[in-house]
Design a protein around this ligand. Structure first.
Ligand SMILES: Cc1cc2nc3c(=O)[nH]c(=O)nc-3n(C[C@H](O)[C@H](O)[C@H](O)COP(=O)(O)OP(=O)(O)OC[C@H]3O[C@@H](n4cnc5c(N)ncnc54)[C@H](O)[C@@H]3O)c2cc1C
Length: 466
């Protein structure tokens, strides 16, 4: 019997061998891959898709694959955008979406344990019923799984208040390549030597498969007020963003859009003239804290020569912030729309933004490039660029994509940026991650060898495997 048949016997009813299922699980949502598929490229498909229903199923698949020298690729929501899932013909894709149970909520401590394939929006709905929120709101909230969010070191729109995904993790259960399930955790914090769990945050399926996670949640805020302001230019807006952030106001969201990004995202609600940069922020918490926060924000912004804009802008952002329906339409018309993020300290961020935008606009296929700053913290923020390009068919599209990434990240790195903020490394950013982190990744590689000597888990991602 072929090994795929043996796998199907090992997990009866939970292994898919059909063409459509294998095709559907082969990749992620990387725009370049989507464009190639629309243009008729047929990517390789895994040999089998296993859909475990419990941790023991994951352990069984790992032991099965280990005995036969097969590769295993963990897949959550498949919403990654950096080519971290690209199965080849002999692989097993571990589709974790059936591993989606949500344990009881400890309301007193705000702790909840959930299986890793649970989609974030489902968890948030359940937490909201208990008056709680994780506070993690990526634009892909309806698509991404908790395991995937942790494996990619994700950031959400409200990261300035709630932190990034790593700040919410109180414990992780991981199945390693040898089939062992181990629970790593801190509750709520401890000083007993270095923790092991952070290794799996950002590991992109290469060090183990996350099967369950304990997360800490907060009470839902009782009030939120959104404000927006116009600036003469992006640099001036960044100065205000930095000052507001560093005053420690109760900021949920704070984002600064350049003119083109603002005109694109707020068409119809933004005045046509006089907005060369748009700062949008929200204060949240108890009503008196919110009132004090927005009053302080108004004052600081006005000292930085910003002026307040109508409330409709904030309402528009709240309603439309996760709508990316136009991406598919552009792709269908042959327009590649890719998004690339990086991070920078406040002292470098304006130079990074200007250099990156300027460099990517020089790529011949690029027809538009704009950006915004977000995920502000004490020492800096993330920069998020949207780049639209019209590549010629065939190999040209992949090559144009590569030129776009290299131009943007090369210019950003030269001005002192970190070349990745929250989408992870995958294959698109691997060479750049190594340029920035060679020594660190080399140390991590020896840990990887200890955990996965046969390079069974998601090879080619993070590390340049043959
Ligand atoms: C429209 C859109 C908007 C987005 N907005 C944001 C945003 O605001 N913020 C943000 O951070 N990201 C965003 N992303 C990117 C994406 O949603 C995140 O990278 C997300 O964390 C991926 O989760 P997933 O479950 O879909 O993972 P997948 O795409 O399934 O997998 C991503 C990586 O994680 C690994 N992995 C998945 N599950 C596990 C597991 N259980 N154990 C070990 N490894 C695992 C995979 O092997 C792969 O390497 C967006 C993507 C899209 C398409």
């Amino acid at each position: 019997m072929a090994w795929t048949g043996e796998l199907a016997e090992l997990l009866p009813g939970r292994v898919e061998l059909g063409e459509a299922e294998r095709s559907g699980a082969a990749g992620d949502m990387s725009p370049l891959r989507q464009m190639a598929e629309l243009r008729g490229v047929r990517f390789e498909r895994p040999a089998a898709v296993a859909r475990p229903a419990c941790t023991a199923d994951v352990q069984a698949v790992m032991r099965f694959a280990g005995d036969r020298g097969l590769h295993v690729i963990a897949r959550g929501g498949g919403s990654g955008v950096v080519g971290a899932i690209a199965a080849t013909a002999g692989d097993i894709v571990l589709d974790l979406r059936n591993l989606s149970g949500i344990g009881p909520v400890d309301r007193e401590s705000g702790l909840v344990t959930v299986q890793a394939g649970c989609i974030l929006e489902t968890l948030e709905e359940q937490l909201a019923a208990s008056g709680l929120t994780l506070g993690h709101y990526p634009q892909s909230i309806a698509l991404a799984s908790l395991g995937g969010l942790i494996a990619t070191r994700s950031s959400g729109q409200y990261s300035t208040w709630y932190g990034n995904i790593e700040d919410m993790v109180a414990g992780i259960e991981v199945v390693t390549a040898d089939g062992e399930a181990t629970r790593f955790g801190r509750l709520p914090r401890r000083s007993l030597g270095p923790e092991v769990w952070p290794l799996f945050v950002g590991s992109e399926g290469t060090l183990g498969v996350i099967t369950a996670v304990t997360l800490s949640a907060w009470p839902l805020p009782s009030a939120q007020e959104v404000r927006s302001y116009a600036f003469r230019d992006f640099r001036q807006g960044l100065r205000a963003m930095r000052q507001v952030t560093r005053k420690g106001l109760p900021l949920g969201v704070i984002r600064l859009y350049d003119r083109d990004d603002a005109m694109h995202g707020f068409a119809g609600v933004l005045p046509e003239e006089g907005v060369d940069a748009l700062l949008l922020l929200s204060c949240l918490g108890e009503p008196e804290v919110v009132a004090g926060g927005v009053a302080a924000a108004d004052r600081i912004v006005s000292q930085c020569d910003g002026h307040a804009l109508p409330e409709a802008i904030g309402r528009h952002w709240l309603a439309a912030r996760n709508d990316v329906s136009e991406w598919g339409m552009y792709l269908a018309q042959g327009v590649l729309v890719d998004t690339i993020e990086c991070g920078a300290a406040w002292s470098a961020i304006a130079d990074v933004y200007e250099a990156a935008i300027e460099a990517v606009r020089q790529v011949p296929e690029v027809v538009a490039a704009f950006g915004h700053a977000a995920h502000a913290e004490a020492s800096g923020a993330g920069l998020y660029f949207t780049v639209a390009a019209v590549p010629a068919p065939g190999r040209e599209a992949a090559e144009a994509g590569r030129r776009i990434w290299d131009a943007l990240l090369g210019a950003a790195a030269a001005k002192g940026a970190s070349v990745g903020h929250h989408h992870g490394v995958g294959r698109m950013r691997r060479a750049w991650a190594w340029r920035e982190r060679r020594e660190e990744l080399a140390i991590l590689e020896s840990l990887r060898t200890a955990l996965d000597p046969g390079r069974m888990l998601n090879p080619g991602v993070l590390w340049p495997d043959p």
